[in-house]
Design a protein around this ligand. Structure first.
Ligand code: GRF
Length: 215
């Protein structure tokens, strides 16, 4: 299993995935980390784990598609089994998405299809949702709306702020992302239309809403 990971920032999901490879929980390796931001902390994470990393500057390209064509060419040299978006904060061109169809995954900090786009945790708070969470999904042309591989549910408490909710969701992101990658690496994922089926997965029971006192 060979991965290329795209980042723009902190890189905590990159770290969780790298750690899972390091501990042998997933077989294979991340062969390259690419950032579109020069000062992304995730580049340091890559160095810490001895993973080759590169900054590719979007500002020297005239259009989104030109940059993406350049990235696709670079990524294809790695011949990855999977391209993983981990906090990559750039809209992808159709060309990029088509180039890696079925091999491109993302993590989003909400239970999709709710609260897609930017600041998903703030959207959940402002909406007054009682649950939110995170979603690992295949990337399709529709933003944050591809077939769902795994979701984790996190209760939203009345005292939660954007920051506390983001922190709580992040703890689950660090668990579900390596899990999804492991499933894919083991060839256990089958896609039927929008449905992603994980062969042999054990499904737990739903968490009970703590506000449900009388029923
Ligand atoms: C995460 O919340 C992820 O769900 C979203 O961007 C954030 C990236 O965080 N897509 P990090 O860079 O992995 O720490």
């Amino acid at each position: 299993m060979k991965l290329v990971v795209l980042i723009s920032g902190r890189g905590s999901n990159l770290k969780a995935i790298s750690q899972a490879f390091k501990e042998g929980k997933i077989e294979g390796k991340i062969s390259l980390v690419i950032s579109n931001k020069k000062d992304a902390h995730g580049l340091e994470v890559a160095r810490e784990y001895g993973i080759p990393s590169e900054f590719h500057d979007p500002s020297i390209f005239e259009t989104r598609e030109e940059y993406d064509r350049h990235l696709v060419e670079r990524i294809k040299k790695e011949n990855p089994d999977l391209v993983v978006l981990a906090g990559y904060m750039r809209i992808l061109s159709d060309y990029f998405i088509e180039s890696f169809e079925g091999k491109l995954i993302n993590i989003h900090p909400s239970l999709t299809p709710a609260f897609t786009g930017l600041k998903a945790q703030k959207q959940a708070i402002q909406y007054g949702a009682k649950f939110s969470g995170c979603t690992v999904h295949f990337v399709t042309k529709e933003l944050d709306a591809g077939p769902v591989i795994i979701q984790a549910v996190v209760p939203v408490r009345p005292e939660d702020t954007e920051e506390t909710l983001s922190d709580k969701i992040l703890q689950y992101e660090h668990r579900v992302y390596p899990q999804a990658i492991k499933w894919i690496s083991e060839g256990r994922i089958k896609i039927k239309g929008r449905q992603v089926i994980v062969e042999g997965a054990r499904y737990g029971t739903l968490p009970v809403n703590p506000a449900l006192e009388d029923f």
